[in-house]
Write a protein that binds this ligand. Structure first.
Ligand SMILES: NC(=O)c1ccc[n+]([C@@H]2O[C@H](COP(=O)([O-])OP(=O)(O)OC[C@H]3O[C@@H](n4cnc5c(N)ncnc54)[C@H](O)[C@@H]3O)[C@@H](O)[C@H]2O)c1
Length: 261
């Protein structure tokens, strides 16, 4: 018996990276998966590879969510995965002293407003059955301060807290709708490519980035997907309102890196 048999699962930002890996893992576990993303071209290619239904969804756009709710008035699982760092199209400073208000708002619109709209849609679409699972992809940056990425850290921290509010609200309403956040760190996806490059020093850059990670490597999207499968499944029936780190041990200690010999 597959773990997500007959569940209708919708994933945002699923054209590539962690979202695409979650979609593939859900399908392997028997789910009917709906892929969504803002980037239609990549979405189309990924949906063809995975043989899945897909729809354009810019998570900060309320009308897009409204359209989706007409198409899918009832779902079992939503993964609010779409997110941006703010460095995708710009190298402008994002520290708390020099960030522009527009850059600050842009990151919050996608990461936080997108998650708010997703949770609102999911509660309504799960209320009919009275059960479901909402999985919000936050970050280790939602648990600690990040001097050079103030808006990203702030938006991811707010996702962590909103997750708990949604979990408590649903419980108060007598609904068996669970809501949890996942906090990955250093997962090797296309998000990292602008920072890693493809030059001869790529390997060195990768080693530097994970030097403080006890596991001393990048995580893989499928490792995050395995955690999402657990939270989506009925095995996680008693897990709600919690946060789960998946970071190779990075946040386990104040000085995370074990002594080298
Ligand atoms: N990769 C990591 O190391 C890491 C670490 C911590 C948290 N995360 C989080 O995991 C999630 C996925 O990250 P990833 O590494 O796969 O990133 P990615 O950049 O590879 O993929 C993100 C996807 O989101 C889509 N997207 C961006 N803005 C959107 C919008 N407004 N509406 C809909 N889709 C949109 C992009 O088109 C892309 O397909 C993000 O929320 C990210 O913050 C990633």
């Amino acid at each position: 018996m597959k773990r997500l048999n007959n569940k209708i699962c919708l994933v945002t930002g699923a054209a590539r990276g962690i979202g695409a890996a979650i979609a593939a893992a859900f399908k392997d576990e028997g789910a009917k998966v709906i892929l969504t993303d803002k980037n239609l071209r990549t979405l189309h290619a990924t949906a063809s590879d995975l043989s899945m239904e897909f729809h354009e969804l810019d998570v900060e756009n309320e009308e897009h969510w409204e359209r989706l709710s007409q198409l899918y008035p009832q779902i079992d699982v939503l993964v609010n995965n779409a997110g941006i760092t703010g460095f995708e199209d710009s190298h402008a400073s994002q520290d708390p002293e020099n960030s522009t208000l527009e850059d600050w708002k842009r990151v919050h619109r996608v990461n936080l407003d997108g998650t708010f709209l997703g949770c609102r849609y999911a509660i309504r679409a799960m209320r009919k059955k009275g059960q479901g699972s909402i999985i919000n992809i936050s970050s280790r940056s939602g648990l600690v301060g990040i001097p050079q990425a103030a808006a990203y850290a702030s938006s991811k921290a707010a996702i962590r807290n909103h997750t708990k509010t949604v979990a408590l609200y649903c419980a108060e309403q007598g609904l068996n709708i669970r809501c949890n956040s996942i906090h990955p760190a250093a997962i090797l996806t296309p998000m990292w490519e602008p920072m890693l490059g493809d030059g001869p020093d790529r390997e060195t850059r990768m080693e530097t980035i994970v030097a403080d990670t006890p596991a001393r490597r990048f995580g893989q999207p499928k490792e995050v997907a395995a955690l999402a499968v657990l939270l989506a499944s009925d095995e996680a029936a008693y897990i709600t309102g919690t946060e789960m780190t998946i970071d190779g041990g990075l946040l386990a200690g104040s000085i995370a890196s074990p002594a080298r010999d």
